[in-house]
Design a protein around this ligand. Structure first.
Ligand code: GLN
Length: 451
């Protein structure tokens, strides 16, 4: 059914870069056989998923939506997709993204532009726009994305679904093509909070192949999802509304949806107070030093020798330069230039070192806030989905889309976006719930009660 739906809708939505139909059907048949034989199957057995195309899948093309990796077939499997395979989940295909996950609209893909299923003229958000659109259009049950500065939460908000960026280190990054390694984290995009809890339980955990993965037990997160429909499920919960996210620049319907969400949370028994994170707004400029710096180092490996595309040339140097000039898109080149500049000997202290210090201050703001409340809330994005092409000529206005999500990555915290209303054009609005380090349980409690 899902494959049929993909054939029907893909000409309009363009969520997938690769569809692995034969493999998916073979896996489904194997599960059918198990059921016929009376064997027990696991919770995720047979569940069709979309996988963001920056996660390595053995034998299946993994492009990062870049010309430079157009024909790259990984010889190994990422830890998360391996875990899902072992749990019996079925990959339907690899989903579109902004090239190397750099962007907020999925328009930076070298191959295709994905449409927002709620309004085909609008972007689905990014960079995990293919995953978010596929889930919203029911071209898969759920999907995996990656989030470096908001790339799971912002597209989830734009597409009216749930998206979770786990605590940094909660999920192994092994096999995720690195963008900014100190910020990247893999997470689920799902129709419901319960589904997000189930998928996080399946993909989380320590992995010796990722030096930053945390050696912490994985709880069954679905125990924190309130299915009991208690009268005041959030009694005693302290929720902080981040003051710095409510100012000018917010679409009026987003402000109104936030005010309504606060009322709902209070009605569920929570206490909601405004709380200040004074350095919150410095997140964006800090991120645009740190992320490009790390990206410029990570992308140095695409030199035409080891991976993917190689340009014809007469000398080695010409081969390097031509490969990179022809293989990378303009946003990727912009980030490489910003990053190498910020890291160069004469500017390192002024930019990179300074940004790392500000990052510490932003973390401190969150730590102070979490001394007073259990979770923080904010809009996921200042606006709802915008028109395709609207911001492509103006990178700064595009970058502003991640104003509310970026500080969460800088501090390594978990954050979830869930739907909290619509604007007057019927485009979804997202509510962001932020937890303290490894307190996904708190996020799930609040999100499921609200949902
Ligand atoms: N939009 C942000 C960027 O372009 C965040 C992307 C992401 O989280 N991967 O870097």
């Amino acid at each position: 059914d899902y494959l049929n739906r993909i054939s029907e809708l893909e000409p309009k939505i363009h969520s997938y870069l690769t569809i692995t139909a034969d493999q998916a059907l073979a896996q489904a048949k194997a599960i059918d056989a198990k059921i016929a034989a009376g064997e027990e199957i696991s919770l995720l057995a047979g569940i069709p998923l979309g996988i963001k195309d920056n996660l390595c899948t053995q034998g299946v093309r993994t492009t990062c939506a870049s010309k430079i990796l157009a024909n790259f077939i990984p010889p190994y499997e990422s830890t998360v997709t391996q875990k899902l395979n072992q749990a019996g989940a079925i990959m339907l295909g690899k989903t579109n993204l902004d090239e190397f996950a750099m962007g907020s609209s999925t328009e930076n893909s070298a191959f295709q532009v994905t449409a927002n299923p709620w309004d085909l003229a609008c972007v689905p958000g990014g960079s995990s726009g293919g995953s978010a659109a596929a889930v919203a259009a029911q071209e898969c049950v759920a999907a995996l994305g990656s989030d470096t500065g908001g790339s799971i939460r912002q597209p989830a908000a734009f597409c009216g679904i749930v998206g979770l960026k786990p605590t940094y280190g909660r999920v192994s990054r092994f096999g995720l093509v690195a963008y900014a390694s100190s910020l990247d984290q893999i997470g689920p995009l799902t129709p419901t909070v319960t589904d997000a809890a189930i998928l996080l339980t399946a993909i989380a955990g320590y992995d010796s192949q990722d030096a930053t993965s945390l050696q912490v037990e994985v709880p069954d997160y679905s125990q924190f999802v309130d299915q009991g429909k208690k009268k005041k499920p959030l009694k005693g919960k302290r929720i902080g509304l981040i003051r710095e996210t409510l100012g000018a620049g917010l679409q009026p319907e987003v402000s109104a949806a936030m005010a309504a969400a606060v009322k709902v949370l209070e009605g569920l028994g929570a206490t909601v107070q405004e709380i200040s994170c004074p350095r919150f707004a410095y997140g964006l400029p800090t991120y645009y030093i740190i992320a490009p710096s790390e990206a410029s180092a990570n992308l140095a490996r695409y030199d035409g020798v080891n991976f993917g595309y190689r340009a014809d040339a007469d000398s080695l140097l010409e081969m390097y330069t031509k490969t990179r000039a022809e293989g990378f898109g303009s946003e990727v080149k912009r980030r490489i230039m910003i990053g190498t500049y910020a890291l160069s000997a004469g500017y390192y202290d002024a930019y990179y070192l300074k940004a790392q210090k500000v990052r510490t201050l932003i973390k401190e703001d969150f730590a102070n806030a979490f001394a007073e409340v259990d979770v923080l809330i904010s809009p996921t994005a200042p606006t709802t989905a915008f028109q395709a092409g609207e911001k492509t000529a103006d990178p700064l206005s595009m970058y502003l889309s991640d104003l509310m999500t970026i500080p969460v990555n800088l501090a390594g915290l978990p954050g979830l976006s869930l739907p909290c209303g619509f604007d007057q054009n019927g485009r979804p609005i997202g509510l962001q719930i932020i937890g303290n380090v490894l307190r996904e349980d708190q996020i799930f409690q609040v999100a499921s009660a609200y949902e």
